[in-house]
Design a protein around this ligand. Structure first.
Ligand code: KIV
Ligand code: ZN
Length: 389
């Protein structure tokens, strides 16, 4: 199957809404515009640009992003009330492809907060989705905490939202509680049981509290979801959201078993990851999948030797696939002779076997004292050894 004949999965990025909501991740107006521009350029289908009722700043940012976007649809979040929805529309209406995303918590715990009975909540959903759809042709509806909502009630309220004109039904795992098989079963059950399910797109929105957000999102896709909600670097409240770079690269690298196409230009991943980390102030953990500093770094002698012979020995994707220039062979106490020779050659030192033997002994002694060996350390080592010769 070629990518043009594969089922397409839409990428809905919520870095600027759910991601920015994480404590301490606030971005300035200019930073939000910059990130939105990069998301638009990389092929994100829908950018959730903010929560317009939350503040004047959020409203201005969503409006401006809506005016500037070239390719992406621009979405704003609204609670299930008329004031929120009107404010959201005022901001997103500037987009060539506006979307209103309205939600309400449907699980027993969430129903208790506004103190609504099941019937009263169903009525609220009917009114608010109808209102949103009268304003905007593209309406997304989310039953917050869907994965802890009674299945009968979930089917009932989704049916109402579809009848009232919702075009996308998003299934949030708000507290990162589900597991892959359950995530898939839930989507399959909804698609099978809810009347009208075949007329809408189902979306998956996962949080990472148990470290399963990526697996849960991909399982939902295998069961029929066709929109993944995610953030750059997995930025988001608590343990964060599904990471865009992980789901996109999983569907690329394992396209044999995950045969879904996206519009994302993956070579733009590394740049946007760095920008989001810088503007949010959230450093990316070194061993983070795809975008961590060590994701394409190798230190052990066996791995470095394998990499020098054939990169596929220890890499399932090329650094250039995500816009990184090269694999890094980190020099340390686990490195072997072949990697040292290659590294020194890069630095302009071509060594014969005897000289390499001598330098390798000194290198190992240095590596026992120092965690990481930088290029400057190797140059100093070479200068010492030529002074002694
Ligand atoms: O996690 C969640 O439930 C949300 C909703 C607003 C979709 O972010
Ligand atoms: Zn969320």
């Amino acid at each position: 199957m070629t990518s043009s004949t594969q089922d397409r999965v839409k990428i809905f990025d919520t870095t600027l809404r759910d991601g920015e909501q994480s404590p301490g991740a606030t971005m300035t107006h200019a930073e939000k515009l910059e990130i939105a521009g990069l998301l638009d350029e990389m092929g994100v289908d829908i950018i959730e640009a903010g929560f317009p009722i939350a503040s004047e700043g959020d409203f201005q940012a969503v409006s401006e992003i809506a005016k500037n976007a070239v390719n992406s649809s621009i979405c704003g979040l609204a609670r299930a009330n008329i004031t929120d929805i009107d404010r959201c529309w005022e901001a997103v209406k500037h987009s060539a492809q506006p979307r209103i995303h309205t939600f309400i918590g449907t699980s027993p715990l969430h129903r208790a907060i506004p103190n609504l009975s099941m019937d009263e909540m169903a009525e609220r959903i009917e009114q608010t989705v109808t209102h949103a759809r009268n304003l905007c042709p593209d309406v997304q509806w989310s039953p917050m905490d869907a994965t802890r909502t009674e299945h009968d009630y979930l089917c009932r309220v989704i049916e109402i939202a579809i009848k009232c004109g919702a075009t996308t039904i998003n299934i949030p795992d708000t507290v990162g509680y589900t597991a892959p098989r359950e995530s898939a079963d839930l989507i399959a059950m909804l698609i099978e049981k809810v009347p009208g399910a075949d007329t809408v797109t189902f979306a998956t929105h996962c949080h990472n509290d148990l470290g399963m957000a990526t697996a849960n999102a991909l399982a939902a896709v295998e069961a029929g979801a066709r929109q993944i909600e995610c953030t750059i670097n997995g930025l988001g409240e608590r343990a964060g959201n599904t990471a865009l770079e992980e789901v996109v690269m999983a569907m690329k690298v394992r396209n044999d078993i995950l045969p879904y196409a996206t519009r994302i230009d993956a070579t733009k991943i590394m740049n946007i990851s760095r920008r989001v980390s810088s503007v949010s102030g959230f450093a990316v953990q070194p061993n983070k999948a795809i975008v961590g500093k060590n994701a394409f770094a190798h230190e052990s002698g066996i791995h470095q030797d394998g990499m020098l012979k054939n990169a596929e020995t220890f890499e399932i994707m090329r650094p250039s696939d995500i816009g990184l220039s090269e694999t890094s062979l980190v020099m340390g106490k686990h490195s072997g002779r072949a990697a040292l020779r290659a590294k020194l050659a890069d630095l302009g030192y071509d060594l014969g076997d005897n000289q390499l033997k001598d330098v390798f002994v000194r290198f190992k002694a240095l590596a026992d004292r120092k965690k990481e060996i930088y290029d400057d350390d190797l140059v100093a080592l070479m200068q010492d050894s030529s002074a002694e010769a």
